[in-house]
Write a protein that binds this ligand. Structure first.
Ligand code: HEC
Ligand code: HEC
Length: 265
């Protein structure tokens, strides 16, 4: 629908009731009727009718002199041409525009249109501030680490908590547990179980130091399997029962017990 055809009533309805299937929430419990009408009238006057300066971005007032000179990149910003359209189907001008788009416009416009969206859901850490980090365990110089450590983080005090302890004679169950722990748990708990890795240091509450005798006093295999399966309320400790099966939870508990929890000799 063209903006000019959008009626005041339809806008009031959208603000009051929200738009199902979108991030637009219902405001009827937040704003009263007069407030909803006022905000709709503001949007209508300033943005739709007024086409005010603050409604358009690429204008000299915002530092974009002669935006028209980037016209070759416009179709990629508006989504007219998909960013992953085969290069050999583009004219030379469109190719130049695409190049300009990916170097200078993509930061704000993202990929306004792509034909192949790729994976919708890929369970990877995105906020972990290290290049190429993956949750998958890797082996570096014969040592299991949570992930390949990049040059930056290996210069930080966190990285020594990314190196799994080397333990002789793990049973096959404990080995499975090690794999699972280093791939799934080390992200928060550190490969050392101390929680003094990067992510662990920022969580509130912190994951406790699984190697600390005081914190782990009286810990039993049974308690571990319960916590791992069910998670811990009001912490970021997830429930794993939908991810790991009973044997895997048993294995990771066995590994935690063997690798981290101090035992009175
Ligand atoms: C700093 C962020 C930013 C950058 C960088 C940026 N844009 Fe935009 N662009 C915007 C915003 C914000 C809008 C307004 C979006 C809206 O109203 O939907 C916009 C709108 C547009 C539009 C549609 C309407 C119009 O004003 O013409 C085009 C075309 C466009 N940008 C092209 C480009 C091109 C080409 C580049 C790279 C040379 C670029 N943009 C870089 C933020 C940016
Ligand atoms: C998203 C972060 C995160 C992940 C991933 C995570 N944990 Fe936790 N874990 C925590 C936090 C936070 C706590 C709660 C603070 C505390 O008491 O230690 C916790 C607590 C624990 C405890 C102590 C519970 C208790 O009651 O004594 C154990 C054991 C534990 N986690 C094991 C694991 C195992 C095994 C995995 C992998 C299967 C795992 N965690 C994955 C964040 C995480």
């Amino acid at each position: 629908m063209r903006l000019e055809e959008l009626s005041r009533e339809a806008m009031i309805r959208s603000v009051a009731d929200g738009r199902e299937g979108s991030a637009m929430m219902a405001f009827d419990s937040v704003l009263n009727r007069a407030e909803i009408e006022a905000v709709v009238d503001y949007v209508r006057t300033v943005f739709i009718a007024g086409n005010g300066i603050n409604t358009r971005y690429h204008i000299p007032e915002n530092g974009w002199e002669n935006h028209q000179r980037y016209a070759s990149a416009f179709p990629f910003a508006t989504g007219e041409i998909a960013l992953d359209a085969p290069l050999d189907q583009l004219t030379p001008e469109q190719r130049t525009g695409r190049q300009l788009f990916v170097t200078s416009c993509v930061t704000c416009h993202d990929r306004s249109k792509v034909n192949d969206e790729g994976e919708l859901w890929n369970p990877r850490a995105v906020s972990f501030p290290r290049g190429g980090y993956s949750n998958k365990a890797a082996v570096l110089d014969g040592v299991a680490v949570a992930s390949k450590i990049d040059a930056l983080s290996s210069a930080t005090p966190f990285s020594r908590h990314e190196i799994a302890p080397q333990i002789e004679g793990l049973t096959s169950q404990e080995q499975l547990g090690e794999e699972i722990f280093q791939a799934n748990c080390a992200f928060c708990h550190g490969a050392t179980g101390t929680g003094r890795n990067w992510v662990g240091s920022f969580l509130q509450p912190h994951p406790r130091d699984l190697t600390d005798a005081e914190a782990m006093r009286g810990m039993t295999h049974q308690h571990l399997t319960k916590v791992i399966a069910e998670g811990l309320a009001e912490t970021t400790m997830p429930a794993w029962r939908g991810v790991l099966n009973v044997d895997e939870i048993d294995a990771v508990a066995a590994y935690v017990m063997r690798a981290f929890v101090p035992h009175d000799e």
